[in-house]
Design a protein around this ligand. Structure first.
Ligand code: DON
Length: 576
């Protein structure tokens, strides 16, 4: 009887897992089946670690010209919208965590919002079931883009003042106008993602050849309409995108493709500065992204649970076992409690408290895996109430920026709004279209993350800055949908608990559990004894690729050491 139940559960889980696998294959961050070894790069004054080399160098040049980390991040962010179109964007959204040289920390939420016409039933079929076609592949999935508002806000508030927005955007405009040679991950991804892009002539004109096939490695990508759009923003500021002819073209492009975004939705978009999630871990301070990201809360919750163990003394296998147990609990809370903080009440202080973590820790058996179904999300708290890219930046003044932004899938929904050059996202799949119906990353959600007008879908993006004695120590984050939070967790613990150098901390194969499906995913390369230990504790373990890319920087006695994640071709750590 029990075996039969287990088998049923396994089959159900595997169906979800397969679903997740399909989408993992289509997201940024994955090219190699085995994790290579990151190169450690040192720099004395400042550094940018990003997924695409041209854009990383754009940021370093700004640093060399006396700019601060925020100036450099903004220049890199706009450049990647041109040179890394599968995830760099102005048609999507993201999050920026900033540590300022004066000791203050802040975050900028430039997550996409749902158009006013989206409601709780928008992504259901006629029978009332979640319809992934609607939330992932159709123009209904497109959220109001936030990147331009977010980058402009970061620059206006925290830029050095030495550069105008136009000056920081100039390299991006030139790259779009003059073109550049497709290489690395961008070239690898384009043929794979072509079926989505080729549905729209406006996308084929830019990313295709005359014979209708996608541009390939070595071809030149020229984006004149994107150059015009960027030039208009450089000249008139972000309102050039949110009001007037460009906004009207975006709305018209979305509507022509069957979506519901209006020019008013664009006009109403606001980036929001929010206080970061703060936590502590063995004397270090964790500064990370608050809701609508689940990343900061889940990261701090897991670190709080793990702080109760002397991980440095545990075997690597036992460390990872305890970690997966913490993951299950934090992801269960994520599914239950988290959503847009402007719409739902989230018990943030409790979820991130040491006491709450102690309650969870008491439910962990050191030698026996807890089945996902036995984890009751939230306990007493209930009463209270996936393409992406990450870059890390530090400067000579003591500022640091951790930025993750995304179109959700690689090349978003695949639609370029005609006449704008802007590739649009399919971020609204990050809502829980229906309770118990997983999104593309297999994540479940509840009412807190139901679709609604103007709402921001819950994210897993976890741009994070770890401080030591109030100064930037580790800057990290990753793409990878549901894998992101656990990737960041393992970079942090690899450095703090296992004393790894940053290249090893980033390269070491990772494990992942997201509560449901009730499976521990072990990245190719995880040692056999670790897999055996997890299995012996009762976990179902699947070994596979885990496409993440944690481009990270660690402070060094004289300057910084950067590690570009080797999992994806083309990432670069560059400094001076
Ligand atoms: O915000 C989120 O959590 C997802 N839309 C991120 C997607 C992602 O990381 C895909 N890339 N690898």
């Amino acid at each position: 009887m029990q075996n039969k139940m287990m088998l049923t559960r396994f089959v159900r889980s595997c169906a979800l897992c397969l679903l997740a696998a399909v989408s993992f294959a289509s997201i940024a961050g994955a090219q190699t089946s085995e994790v290579g070894r990151a190169q450690a790069v040192t720099a004395e004054h400042g550094m940018v670690v990003a997924q695409e080399a041209i854009a990383a160098r754009v940021g370093v040049k700004v640093l060399q010209d006396g700019g601060n980390a925020i100036d450099a991040a903004v220049a890199t962010g706009f450049a990647m919208a041109v040179t890394y179109p599968r995830a760099g964007n102005i048609g999507g959204g993201g999050f920026m965590v900033i540590h300022r040289a004066n000791g203050e920390d802040t975050t900028i939420d430039y997550r996409e919002t749902a158009p006013g016409a989206i409601n709780a039933k928008s992504f259901l079929d006629a029978q009332g079931n979640a319809d992934p076609e609607k939330s992932r592949s159709s123009a209904l999935a497109i959220g109001v883009p936030g990147t331009v508002a977010g980058l402009a806000m970061a620059e206006a508030k925290y830029g050095s003042g030495k550069f105008t927005l136009a000056e920081l955007m100039a390299p991006a405009i030139a790259l779009a106008r003059d073109g550049f040679t497709l290489a690395d991950d961008t070239a690898d991804a384009l043929p794979r993602d072509w079926p989505r892009l080729k549905r729209w002539p406006s996308s084929v004109r830019i990313f295709g050849k005359a014979d209708g096939s996608p541009l390939a490695d070595g071809d030149k990508l020229v984006q004149p309409e994107l150059a015009d759009t960027l030039a208009a923003i450089a000249k008139d500021g972000p309102q050039a995108l949110y009001q007037g002819p460009i906004a009207e073209k975006i709305a018209a492009g979305v509507q022509a493709a069957g979506g519901v975004m209006t020019a008013d939705d664009l006009k109403n978009y606001r980036a929001i500065e929010r206080a970061p999630i703060r936590g502590s871990y063995r004397g270090y301070t964790i500064v990370s992204m608050p809701p609508p990201s689940s990343g900061g809360i889940a990261l701090v919750e897991m670190l709080n649970i793990l702080e109760g163990y002397d991980l440095a003394r545990e075997s690597h296998a036992q460390e990872l076992f305890l970690m997966t147990e913490a993951m299950k609990r934090a992801y269960a809370d994520r599914a239950f409690f988290l959503g847009d903080p402007d719409v739902v009440k989230i018990p943030v202080p409790r979820l991130t408290s040491k006491g709450y973590a102690a309650e969870w820790r008491a439910t962990i058996k050191p030698d026996r895996a807890t089945p996902a179904d036995d984890i009751r999300a939230g306990g007493e708290v209930r009463e209270e109430g996936r393409n992406t890219t990450h870059f890390s930046v530090v400067d000579q003044f003591g500022n640091a920026v951790s930025n993750t932004y995304t179109l959700n899938f690689s090349y978003g929904v695949g639609l370029v709004a005609a006449g704008t050059g802007i590739l649009l996202n399919n971020e609204l799949d990050d809502f829980a279209a229906k309770a118990d119906s997983p999104n593309a990353y297999g994540l479940l959600g509840d009412e807190a993350n139901a679709p609604g007008p103007g709402k921001r879908p819950l994210s897993s993006m976890t741009p994070t800055i770890v401080l030591k004695d109030g100064k930037p120590f580790l800057i990290t984050g990753s793409p990878g949908g549901s894998l992101i939070i656990n990737a960041v967790l393992q970079v942090v613990t690899n450095v703090i608990d296992r004393g790894m150098d940053i290249a090893t901390a980033v390269s070491t194969p990772r494990v992942h559990n997201q509560w449901k499906p009730d499976i521990v995913f072990a990245e190719n390369g995880v040692a056999d004894d670790i897999v055996a230990t997890l299995q012996a504790r009762g976990d179902t373990v699947m070994v596979r690729r885990l496409p993440t890319s944690a481009n990270s920087i660690l402070a060094a006695p004289t300057g910084f050491i950067g590690a570009a994640d080797p999992r994806t071709r083309g990432a670069l750590a560059a400094g001076y």
